[in-house]
Design a binder for this molecule. Structure first.
Ligand code: ZN
Length: 311
């Protein structure tokens, strides 16, 4: 895959080079797929712990899923149609013994061996919250007050190679999900946008809340994005990292009853539940901290170090 020059600006590629040189990120040869140093991971884990503590203090129950999702589940969400450009499908060998020989030879010389591969029943998870809606629906009608789930930091994949260090193909998204009565869900999303702004302030990050839309594909997608934006269904907490625009480091998404309709999420009175999710981009928040306070956390402001339990 060739990376288009338009996918990154010069200060983004400079920041990426700086992070490689400092050993903070480790190059793999594929844009948007990086290893992390001990220091990078420490910061990321402390940010995750701060979010987890806020969630657990508000009664969140943890639920964990792997970074692959059954193909049928993702197909049912509409993701394949809405974001065909971002999808990662898992394929496996489906040839005969002779094909395996040819496949080995082509792989050894880095030629195309895709003709021996068939689609499996798994896909790479593109958003951490997708597995939770069918899982909660299977439990039966929700009790009054609904449920609040902390999905932790799950690896998610989006096929969008870039030299912007904040645009990864695979990264960890810390998602919180609320499934409940409409008014409870709306208030929860508002509460979490304020909690996140406050956390970012405590971390010395200048964050702004913006109305946003998802990167839906094509002409029909532009219409979906316009509707999403008009209905204020997606807010993003953006911070300047590098590039012409600030980067979304957290998002606050209200799905109305879309997932309830797909999965049959019901309240005890038989009406449809509403859902919302909050996603924190763990690597992006880590990058925002590094870009704001410098690459040496020992020299960060004392209040930020204390908030993250670094000193
Ligand atoms: Zn979500």
């Amino acid at each position: 895959m060739t990376v288009q020059a338009s996918s990154s600006s010069s200060d983004q590629t400079e920041l990426l080079a700086e992070l490689f040189a400092a050993g903070m990120l480790i190059e793999t040869g594929v844009p948007g797929v990086y290893g992390h140093s001990d220091t990078f991971e420490l910061i990321r884990e402390r940010v995750a712990a701060a979010v987890g503590a806020l969630a657990s203090a508000r009664g969140a129950a943890r639920l964990t899923f792997p970074p692959v999702i059954p193909r049928r589940t993702l197909e049912s969400t509409g993701y394949v149609g809405n974001f065909p450009h971002l999808v990662g499908s898992i394929f496996g060998f489906h040839g005969a013994e002779g094909d395996a020989v040819t496949q080995r030879e082509r792989a050894a010389t880095h030629e195309d061996w895709s003709e021996f591969q068939g689609q499996t029943d798994m896909m790479l998870l593109p958003a951490a919250c997708y597995p939770v809606y069918p899982a909660v629906a299977k439990r039966g009608p929700l009790k009054s007050g609904g449920t609040f789930i902390d999905m932790g930091g799950t690896w998610v994949f989006r096929h969008e190679p870039s030299l912007d260090p904040a645009r990864r193909q695979i990264f960890r998204q810390h998602e919180l999900v609320r499934i409940a009565e409409p008014e409870g869900v709306i208030a929860w999303r508002r509460e979490w946008s304020e909690l996140a702004l406050q956390l970012f302030r405590e971390l010395g990050l200048r964050g702004e809340l913006e109305n946003a839309s998802d990167p839906f594909f094509g002409r029909h997608g532009r219409l979906l994005a316009a509707n999403q934006s008009a209905d204020e269904l997606k807010w993003e907490l953006v911070v300047q990292i590098a590039g012409p625009k600030p980067t979304a480091c957290a998002s606050f998404n209200y799905h109305v009853d879309r997932f309830a309709e797909t999965w049959g999420l019901e309240l005890s009175d038989g009406t449809r539940a509403h859902t919302a999710c909050v996603g924190f981009g763990q690597e992006r928040i880590t990058l925002a901290l590094l870009a704001t306070h410098g690459l040496d956390p020992q020299r960060w402001p004392a209040a930020v170090r204390t908030r993250l339990g670094l000193s």
